[in-house]
Structure formats: C-alpha cells, structure tokens
Design a protein around this ligand. Structure first.
Ligand code: ADP
Length: 515
C-alpha cells in the first residue's frame, strides 16, 4: 500500500508506518464503505476496501481485492448509472450515482456511490476512491413515493375520464331533450342554451349567449311578474313553476310557452345559476280546447234525450199496472236508478264545461249553514246502509252563497268518504267558525292519499293511480268542488296519509248581512 504515500507523510519511515496504520484504522472506523481501485493496472482492480464495505456487500476483503467493481452488479447490467460511471472514469472526473448492487447472498441494495479520481504528478488518473452508502431505505421510500404519485395520477386520469364521459352523457341527454333549456348566471345573463332552444326559437347561439334574458328576441321574457319570480330563485330556492307566456315571438309568431325554473346545485358548486326549461304548449292547449268543446257539445246533446228518458221512466213508474210482476217493478226501478246516475254524470260534465267557459252562474242567498249541512248529511245517510255519518260542532252562522252549489260540494265530499272508505263505517263531519269564515271538515278512515297527490286530486280528470279499476268515477267531482269554493271566496284542501284516512276541509266567508 506504499502507493498511498504522498507528500504529507514525508517523514521518517517508522513514523510513516505508524501514521499509515492510524489512517487504515480511521478508514475502518468509517460507517461508509470505502474502496480504492488502481487505474494503472488492467481492468482497474480494487486494491483496498474497508470494514464497512465488507459489511455492506457481505463479501470478505479477500474476496474483494483484485476484482473490478462490476461484480457488485451481478446480472443487473442494464443500468443507466453505469454509463455515468464509465464516462467519469474515462474523463478522470468524480461523480455520484445511486446504483443497484447485490450482496453476496444475492439481495439487492441501493448503493449511493461517490467516485473520485486521484491524479499522479502528470495529471494521469492513478487511483479511484469510491465512498459508498447503503441507501436502500431512502431509495425504497423514494420509489414508494413515486409509485403513490403515479397511482394518484392514474386515478386522477381515470376520474377525469369518467367525469368527461358523464359530462358527454349528460350533454347528449340535454341535447336530445324535447324542452328548450337556458342556463342563467346570477345577473340573468344567458350562459348556455341547448339545441332545442335554438331550433324552437330559430336563433343562433351567438344571438343568445352572453345576453341578458330580458333582452332576448323582442323582449318576450321581459315580464314584471316573471322577473320577480326569477329574482327570488337564488336567495330563496323557490322554483318558478308552470309560468305561462303567450307572446308574438320573432320568427315563430304567436305561441304559448310554459316556463319552469330552478336553482342549479351540484355538490355546492354552481349555486348561482338558474336553469329554465321552456315548453311550447300551443298545440297541446289547442287540443285541450277542442276536447273541452267536444265534451261540452256531447254532454249538451246527451242531456236533452236523457231528460226525456228520465221523464218517461218516471211516467212508467206511475203507470205500473196492479197486476205487474215484482220482477217488472224491480227492473223499472233499477232503470230509474241508472238513468239518475247517468243524469248526474252528464250534469257534472256540463258543470265542467260551464266552468271551462266561465259560464257558471251563482244564485247567492243568505242561508243557515248548519241547517244546510244537516240536510245534506241526512239525505246521504238515508241512502247509505253501512256508513254512519256524525256531525260534531256547529257554526251558528249564516252564509251568503249559492246553496245548491254548496250542497253539491258537501254531497261530493260525503260520497267520496263513503266510496273510498268501503270498510270503515265512521265518517265525521266537523263544523266550526274560524275568524270570519265557516269551516267544514269531512273525515273518513279510508285508504288515504299520498302527499304528492294532495294538490293534483283537485285537477280535472285526475284520479289517484290504481283507483281506476276499483272505484267508478271520472275524477271531476273535486275539480268542481274546488271551482265552486273558489268562486265563493273560500278555500278547499285535504289532509291525508295513505292508510290513515283523509280529511277534506273547506272554508266559506260569513254572510256580511245576517238575516
Ligand atoms: P272521482 O271520485 O270520480 O274519481 P273526484 O274528483 O271526486 O273524482 O276525486 C278525485 C280523486 O281523489 C279520486 O279518484 C281519488 O283518487 C281521490 N279521492 C277523493 N276523495 C278521496 C277520499 N275520501 N279518500 C281517498 N281518496 C280520495
């Protein structure tokens, strides 16, 4: 190892030997592996290694000395770090690499290798010193981190892809919808519209997007009432429902449109946007009008011969010969009952068409409300065998109303209570005075009604789901009741839950001039 001599140790031979041994001990005490190779010998063999290097590599000094360092790489020769090392050796430069090495037992360790040349007097590289540290743990942590990063990136990519797919999916639904859609920002500026909007209003996206809603076309949406409702959407989250606009639109002429508008909410994002859906109901309304006309004409045409038939049946009932059989009498009575039923149905249809055309006449008079209710209950009670109707409370008030219409409402509510509670005999009628109204409630213990149907049952021809097959009816009784009560300045509503019976209530204003 005299090759380790240099100027600094240029003292007596004995002292130099001591120093040298001290130096070797110091190198052995290092926790970094240290090797020295002799570049002047063929294949740059290792001429020195310290203890730490033996520990890191698992080889003994004897197995190391004389070998080129490449034995540490075993078969793993395709590492780009080797190129860095080769270049540094060729150019006589120092370098630092993390290289995969293998211990004697074959296990992998990451070697952080700092390699530095030692040059001779003429600048030629005589030796290389390699300082090595086992950085497997750090490298593993780095690799783990990279793996986690890549995993994250892959997940983000996948998520972005699936979001894009759902966006495309939603966009294709929006584009195929048969409704015109507008998205507004909080300033009521149009952010986007769908294809159907452009087609319906025969406009381009450029003419529409970025404009104020109220400036579109010839100001068709610039309606005070609509503005107020739209302004309420964002602060209160109250949607605009079924707002009708009849207008002479540019390019498409006179049309009837119905608007529904909602605040858009997506996981707390886009809270300041409004979605408006517009439907052209011009044709639908026209069809409804024709249907109403038909219904009105048909019921009028049926009414006349039916009145004659009713009269004739009554005449026959009076003229039954004494010797007529029981069967004959029974058939005749049944005919009278069915003619009456038909007559009532046609009367209801006529009522509907009168309401539709606004031809309902009120013959108001002042009458005793409680007495009228009692009479209506008595009449219905007489005709029902199973049910028991009980009146609780009284109003003690006179009302000014069309008595026959009010009786029609009470009859309807009682008949429904009987019809839709076939297995529960108790029907309660509650009477009370509330402020300047009288209030009547009819409570049954029957099938009940789902909340979502509470409003709809007062619509024309609306009947709840599966009722059609089980109970006869046309779904117009409550519609007529609603119209009658509204015409009198009162309100009608239902409180009900499926399986827990229903309570139908109405109010009527008190008569201003008590009799
Ligand atoms: P109809 O009885 O001829 O169907 P109505 O207008 O009187 O017509 O009632 C509309 C619908 O409301 C009924 O079809 C029924 O579904 C529901 N309904 C009315 N009264 C009751 C009631 N007391 N209990 C349960 N459902 C009722």
């Amino acid at each position: 190892m005299d090759s380790l001599h240099n100027g600094k140790f240029n003292i007596s031979h004995e002292t130099a030997k001591e120093d040298f041994s001290l130096l070797l001990q110091a190198l052995d005490a290092s926790i970094s592996g240290i090797i020295i190779t002799d570049n002047r010998l063929p294949d740059n063999p290792i001429i020195y290694c310290n203890k730490a290097f033996e520990n890191i590599s698992g080889y003994s000094r004897d197995e190391i000395i004389g070998h080129n360092c490449r034995f540490l790489q075993k078969e793993d020769r395709d590492q780009k770090e080797r190129e860095t090392l080769r270049t540094a050796i060729r150019d006589g430069k120092s370098c630092i690499v993390d290289i995969r090495n293998y211990r004697k037992d074959g296990t992998l360790f990451y070697n952080e290798l700092y390699m530095s040349p030692i040059k001779g007097a003429n600048g030629q590289v005589d030796y290389f010193i390699g300082v090595q540290n086992d950085v497997t743990l750090r490298k593993k942590a780095e690799l783990d981190l990279r793996y986690q990063q890549e995993l994250m990136e892959r997940r983000v990519d996948e998520r972005t892809k699936s979001l894009k797919e759902s966006e495309d999916y939603l966009a294709s639904i929006v584009q195929t919808l048969r409704e015109s859609l507008i998205v507004l920002d909080q300033e009521f500026k149009v952010l986007s519209v769908n294809e159907h909007f452009l087609k319906t209003f025969k406009v381009t996206a450029e003419e529409t997007e970025g404009k104020l809603l109220y400036d579109l076309g010839n100001g068709q949406w610039n309606i005070v009432a609509l503005k107020e409702l739209l302004e309420n959407i964002l602060p209160t989250n109250n949607p605009v429902e079924e707002f009708e606009v009849e207008h002479d639109f540019p390019y498409i002429g006179k049309k009837l449109m119905v608007l529904n508008a909602h605040r858009i909410e997506l996981d707390g994002q886009y809270r300041d946007r409004i979605l408006i859906a517009i439907e052209d109901i011009t044709d639908r309304r026209e069809i409804e009008r024709r249907k109403d006309d038909f219904l009105s004409i048909a019921s009028h045409e049926l009414k006349t011969p039916l009145t004659t038939i009713k009269g004739l049946v009554q005449l026959m009932q009076r003229m039954v010969p004494n010797e007529a059989s029981e069967k004959f009498r029974a058939v005749l009575n049944k005919t009278a009952v069915y003619v009456d039923r038909l007559n009532n149905l046609i009367a209801e249809l006529l009522d509907v068409s009168r309401i539709q055309t606004g031809n309902i006449e009120l013959h108001k008079e002042v009458f005793d409300f409680d007495k009228a209710v009692q009479e209506a209950v008595d009449t219905i009670q007489a005709a029902t065998k199973y049910h028991e109707i009980r009146i609780t409370g009284s109003t003690g008030e006179m009302v000014s109303a069309d008595e026959s219409h009010i009786l029609q409402v009470i009859n309807n509510l009682l008949s429904n209570a009987i019809k839709y509670a076939p297995d529960h005999k108790d029907i309660d009628v509650y009477l009370s005075r509330v402020s300047n109204f009288v209030k009547l409630s009819v409570k049954d213990q029957g099938m009940g009604i789902r909340v979502e149907d509470h409003k709809k049952i007062f619509d024309r021809f609306y009947r709840v789901g599966d009722i059609q097959q089980r109970f006869p009816g046309m779904g117009i009784g409550l519609y007529i009741c609603d119209q009658i009560i509204k015409n009198h300045g009162g309100t009608i509503w239902v409180e009900s839950e499926p399986g827990h019976g229903s309570t139908f209530n109405f109010t009527l204003p008190l008569s201003k001039q008590p009799a």
